[in-house]
Design a protein around this ligand. Structure first.
Ligand SMILES: [Zn+2]
Ligand SMILES: [Zn+2]
Length: 110
């Protein structure tokens, strides 16, 4: 009787990969799919700055790697974050651009 909890937007086929935020930054509210991706948007060093924590967030879309290429790329702009309070849907989940490239190559080969 108490069934029928319909999550809106679900059941549109299995073809869609839903990205889920696994590393949530409570500081800037960005969503990341890997620790490496999360880490790369955190700039500065501990032990620096006025309060001994010189770390701060950079906009994920502005993070560059050592060669000046964009370090992060959106895994999905329709991602899901269950780590935020309250949980959010339709969020951008960022991932390492290089690891996504590898994944794409793998899918293409399959
Ligand atoms: Zn952040
Ligand atoms: Zn998140």
């Amino acid at each position: 009787m108490a069934q029928g909890r319909e999550a809106g937007g679900e059941g549109q086929g299995d073809g869609m990969r839903t990205a889920t935020c696994t590393y949530h930054c409570s500081e800037c509210g960005s969503h990341f799919s890997s620790l490496a991706a999360f880490d790369s948007h955190r700039q500065g060093e501990f032990g620096e700055g006025k309060f001994g924590d010189g770390r701060f967030c950079e906009e994920p879309e502005d993070v560059l790697d050592s060669t000046g290429n964009l370090r992060l790329t959106p895994l999905s702009v329709e991602g899901e974050c269950r780590l935020a309070r309250p949980p959010k849907v339709g969020v951008t989940v960022w991932t390492d651009a290089k690891s996504l490239e590898r994944a794409r190559t793998k899918w293409a080969a399959a």
